[in-house]
Write a protein that binds this ligand. Structure first.
Ligand code: SAH
Ligand code: SF4
Ligand code: F3S
Length: 437
């Protein structure tokens, strides 16, 4: 048999892309590819791209510039571009970057195995009717204790700034019975913690036993799978948090007490201009309701500063909302005008003003993040060991509240759930020791 071909994959963007990259690696495995971390050794380089902000898409072109040099030395090297930039600018990529052999959009990954064997340059950015995941070949090897599982893709919300409805298409949910099979299969392969993924995951509704299942129903059924200890889901839209999903946070122990619930702004005027279809007060009420169901839950969120028309008063309203919620973590971004979105037509906020706002919002959320971590010191928490730490005798994993935890535990094993006591908080993680070991 000939040597396996080596595949180097670089993933940008959201967890959906991380999941897709894993599935593409499995699919290319059927064509004899094995992954490598050394780009110079690769027979094929696959860039799984993100289009969400200008900076994200620019990275593709700078990486392609470097690959051009690599390909001069290795003319057989195959270069593939996947993901959201492929979807948005596929034809332009082929025009601008002769180094690229293959362009594949997020809905066409099941065609990758045949595309890599095609002669000449190929592109597929269709939105086919079939479920790409049903047509992707799988490898059923044992794997690490955490996994993503895409349950829903696409978005019908059309926030005025966002490319996702264009790059990922309309909302589609995968059938619930199929997801139950996949979840059981993941657990059989060693997974104990599953994060259900979707661009609008809480809008999920898919065919399962007895009819249409909501996300809450799917979570309740998955929580019954023997050996599955933890369930999370991301990303949610505030308007799709239904009563049963809120209740599930109170009565499904496997559903972890951490929720990413992007709000984007605290100003009703800006929320309206963003087409978010909720007010700041409605968001705060929702937070309270979820906290009533699960008092110790930590929230995280996304914020955009410098959206067109954002005044100083609007920005202050965002800071007020952040102070009111007290987030466990948050991601803030400077508004980036994206071609084809309605907001891109409007006059931008001055760069220096947007930069200053970004710094201010980041300082506030960093302080809240620190406070949430510090509050854990002295407490007992449960950690799922994901890997060995850098220091000898150390294990690393996540707590229920998604804090990264370094545990001094020479006898610890990957995949173990261990009760630990938090001894200190450092910049981005907690230090802990096992309880009663
Ligand atoms: N589906 C998710 C995530 C979308 S993208 C949701 O609805 O929240 C992740 C985050 O990127 C968004 O929440 C938003 O804060 C940010 N984002 C999206 N488009 C952006 C743009 N044009 N400029 C700056 N940030 C943007
Ligand atoms: Fe983008 Fe809004 Fe859809 Fe989230 S809900 S993916 S921000 S359009
Ligand atoms: Fe980026 Fe596409 Fe995800 S634009 S954030 S990779 S859905």
């Amino acid at each position: 048999m000939s040597d396996p071909k080596k595949l180097f994959v670089k993933t940008y963007g959201c967890q959906m892309n991380v999941y897709d990259s894993e599935r593409m690696v499995e699919a290319l495995g059927t064509k004899g590819y094995v992954t490598t971390d050394v780009i110079e050794d690769a027979d094929m380089v696959l860039l799984n791209t993100c289009h969400i902000r200008e900076k994200a898409s620019e990275k593709l072109y700078s990486d392609l510039g470097r690959l051009r040099k690599l390909k001069l030395a290795r003319p057989d090297l195959k270069v593939g571009v996947a993901g959201c930039v492929a979807q948005a600018e596929g034809a332009e990529i082929l025009r601008r970057a002769p180094v690229v052999d293959l362009v594949v959009g997020p809905q066409s990954y099941h065609r990758l195995p045949e595309m890599v064997e095609a002669k000449g340059r190929v592109i597929d950015t269709e939105f086919p009717a079939e479920d790409k995941f049903d047509h992707l070949p799988e490898r059923r090897a044992m794997r690490g204790p955490t996994a993503f599982l895409t349950v829903q893709e696409g978005c019908d919300k059309f926030c005025a700034f966002c490319v996702v409805p264009y790059t990922r298409g309309a909302e589609v949910s995968r059938p619930a019975d199929r997801l139950m099979v996949e979840a059981r299969d993941l657990v059989a392969r060693g997974v104990r913690d599953i994060t259900l993924l979707g661009q609008n995951v809480n809008a999920y509704h898919g065919a399962g036993a007895g009819g249409d299942w909501t996300l809450a129903r799917l979570i309740r059924e998955m929580a019954e799978i023997e050996g599955l200890a933890r369930i999370r889901y991301t990303t949610s839209h505030p308007n799709d948090m239904d009563d049963d999903l809120i209740a599930a946070h109170g009565d499904v122990p496997a559903l972890m007490p951490y929720l990413h619930l992007p709000v984007q702004s605290g100003s009703d005027r800006i929320l309206k201009a963003m087409n978010r279809k909720h007010t700041a007060a409605a968001y705060l009420r929702l937070i309270e309701r979820i906290r009533t169901a699960r008092p110790d839950i930590l929230f995280s969120s996304d914020f955009i500063v410098g959206f067109p028309g954002e005044t100083d008063g609007d920005f202050r309203a965002t800071l007020d909302l952040i102070r009111e919620v007290r987030f466990g973590a948050a991601y803030s971004f400077k508004y980036s005008a994206r071609p084809g979105t309605p907001a891109a037509e409007k006059a931008p906020v001055e760069t220096a003003v947007a930069d200053a706002r970004l710094q201010e919002v980041q300082a506030l959320v960093t302080a809240q993040q620190r406070a949430a971590q510090d509050a854990m010191v002295g407490r007992e928490v449960t950690v799922l060991y994901e890997k060995a730490g850098r220091l000898a005798g150390q294990m690393v994993g996540k707590s229920d509240h998604l804090h990264a935890v370094h545990v001094t535990d020479p006898t610890g094993r990957i995949g173990e759930l261990v009760r630990v006591r938090v001894t200190s908080a450092v910049t981005n993680s907690l230090a802990a020791v096992p309880v009663g070991r």
